[in-house]
Design a protein around this ligand. Structure first.
Ligand code: UD1
Ligand code: UDP
Length: 364
C-alpha cells in the first residue's frame, strides 16, 4: 500500500506529444494531482514547442533537457541519460509517455530500468514497417510498459496478438479527441487564419509532409510536390503547406522548388484546426492529422504506403495514396466523390480522464 498520493511524471518532447498529453495535463491540474512535466527538448523551435504551452495554457515543464536534434542514437541517448537523472531525483510512481517518438522510447526505457511503472498513451499502433524509427519505438515501448492505453479495440487486439498480458491493456480512446473537442470552439473564436492567408472555406487544399521516408528521399519528396502542383492547376485553388522544419531543410538541401504551393510556417493549434476543418481535402503523412481529419469528418489523403491508423481507412475518412503524382491526384478525386460514414473510432473525448482514473485505481 502506498503511503502517499500518486505522483505522475508526464514526459513530452515534440509537437504532437504536447498536444496529445494536454488533456491529461489538464486533468491532473483539475484534480490537483501530484504531477510534473518533463520536456526532453526534442522539439525546441518556438512554433514547434512553446506556442502550444502558451495557447493550451499548460504549466511550464519543471525540467527541459534541451536534447535537441541529432542522429537516432544521439537524440535517444541524450534523452535517456537526462530522464534517468530526473527520475532518480523525483521518484514518481508512474511515467507517462505518448506516441512513438525517440522521447517516448527514452522515457519508457529510463523508467522501467529504475522499476518505475510506465504508462504508454496511444499503445498498440503498428505500421508493420520497421524502416520507420517510430515503429521501432512503438513496439519496444509497448513491450516495456505496465499500462498500455490502447485507443481502439483494434489496437488492443494487436497488443494481445503480440503476447502482452490482457490486464496491462486498457481501451481508453485517443486523447487527440479530447484535444480537438477542448480546442475546436476556441479555434473558431480565436483563429483568423483563413482571413490572414486569404483563403475561402472548402476552396483550398491543406498539406503537411514531414516523414523521413518522404522528405529525406529526393524522388519521393519531388513526387509529392509534383502531385500538389497538379492539384493546384486542375482545381485552380491554393495548396497551403505549413512546412515542418525537417522538410524545409531537406527541400533546400535537395534544391527542390515548390512553385505554386503556398509554403507557410508551422501553425499554432487553433490556426491549424481551423485550416483542417475548412480544407477541401487534407493531404498528409502525419499520424495526428489522419486522426484529426477523421474526428472532424473532413477527407484525408495519406501520402504514405501504409498507416498505423487503419481505423481511419475503415470508416472511409482516409485513403492511402503513396507519393506518385497521378496517384495523389486520383486519390483526391476519389475522396471528393465518396460518401463518408462520418463516425469517429477514437473515443468520446474523455480519454484523459479515463487514463488518470485508471492510474489512481491501479497504482495503490
Ligand atoms: C519527430 C518524431 C516523429 C514525429 C515528429 C513530429 C522521432 C524519431 N521522430 O520527427 O515521429 O512525427 O517529430 O513533428 O522521434 N527541427 C527544428 N526545430 C525543432 C525540431 C526540429 O528546426 O523544434 C529540425 C532540425 O533540423 C531537425 C529536424 O527538424 O534535425 C528533425 O527533427 P527531429 O526531432 O529529429 O525529428 P522530426 O522529423 O521532427
Ligand atoms: N499541427 C499544428 N500545426 C501545424 C501542423 C500540425 O498544430 O502546422 C498539429 C496537428 O493539429 C496535430 C499535430 O500537430 O495535432 C501533428 O503533429 P505532427 O504531424 O508533427 O506529428 P505526427 O502526428 O505525425 O507524429
Amino acid at each position: 500500500m502506498k503511503d502517499h498520493t500518486l505522483r505522475i511524471a508526464i514526459v513530452v518532447g515534440t509537437r504532437p506529444e504536447i498536444i496529445k498529453m494536454s488533456p491529461i495535463i489538464r486533468e491532473c491540474k483539475r484534480r490537483k494531482q501530484d504531477y510534473f512535466i518533463l520536456h526532453t527538448g526534442q522539439h525546441y523551435s518556438y512554433n514547434m514547442d512553446q506556442v502550444f504551452f502558451e495557447q493550451l495554457e499548460l504549466p511550464k515543464p519543471k525540467y527541459n533537457l534541451d536534447v535537441g536534434s541529432g542522429t537516432q542514437a544521439e537524440q535517444t541517448g541524450r534523452a535517456l541519460i537526462g530522464i534517468e537523472q530526473v527520475l532518480l531525483k523525483e521518484k514518481p510512481d508512474v511515467v507517462l509517455v505518448e506516441g512513438d517518438t525517440n522521447t517516448v522510447l527514452a522515457g519508457a526505457l529510463a523508467a522501467t530500468k529504475l522499476h518505475i511503472k510506465v504508462g504508454h498513451v496511444e499503445a498498440g499502433l503498428r505500421s508493420y514497417d520497421r524502416t520507420m524509427p517510430e515503429e521501432i519505438n512503438r513496439v519496444l515501448t509497448d513491450h516495456i510498459s505496465d499500462f498500455c492505453f490502447a485507443p481502439t479495440e483494434q489496437s488492443r487486439q494487436t497488443l494481445l496478438r503480440e503476447g502482452i498480458e490482457e490486464n496491462k491493456i486498457f481501451v481508453t480512446g485517443n486523447t487527440i479527441v479530447d484535444a480537438v473537442y477542448q480546442n475546436l470552439e476556441l479555434a473558431r473564436k480565436k483563429a483568423n487564419i483563413l482571413e490572414r492567408l486569404g483563403l475561402k472555406e472548402k476552396e483550398y487544399f491543406l498539406v503537411t509532409v514531414h516523414r523521413p521516408e518522404n522528405v529525406d528521399n529526393k524522388d519521393r519528396f519531388q513526387g509529392i510536390l509534383s502531385g500538389l502542383q497538379q492539384l493546384e492547376k486542375e482545381y485552380n485553388i491554393p495548396v497551403v503547406y505549413p512546412i515542418h522544419p525537417r522538410s524545409r531543410k531537406k527541400m533546400d538541401e535537395f534544391g527542390l522548388f515548390a512553385d505554386n504551393i503556398n509554403l507557410v510556417d508551422p501553425q499554432d493549434l487553433f490556426g491549424f484546426l481551423q485550416l483542417e476543418q475548412n480544407a477541401k481535402v487534407v493531404l498528409t503523412d502525419s499520424g495526428g492529422v489522419q486522426e484529426e481529419t477523421c474526428i472532424l469528418g473532413n477527407p484525408c489523403v495519406t501520402l504514405r504506403d501504409n498507416t498505423e491508423r487503419p481505423e481511419t481507412i475503415d470508416v472511409g475518412s482516409n485513403v492511402l495514396a503513396g507519393t506518385h503524382p497521378e496517384d495523389i491526384v486520383n486519390a483526391v478525386s476519389m475522396m471528393l466523390h465518396k460518401e463518408r460514414e462520418g463516425s469517429n473510432p477514437f473515443g468520446d473525448g474523455q480519454s484523459g480522464k479515463k487514463i488518470v482514473d485508471i492510474l489512481e485505481k491501479e497504482i495503490t
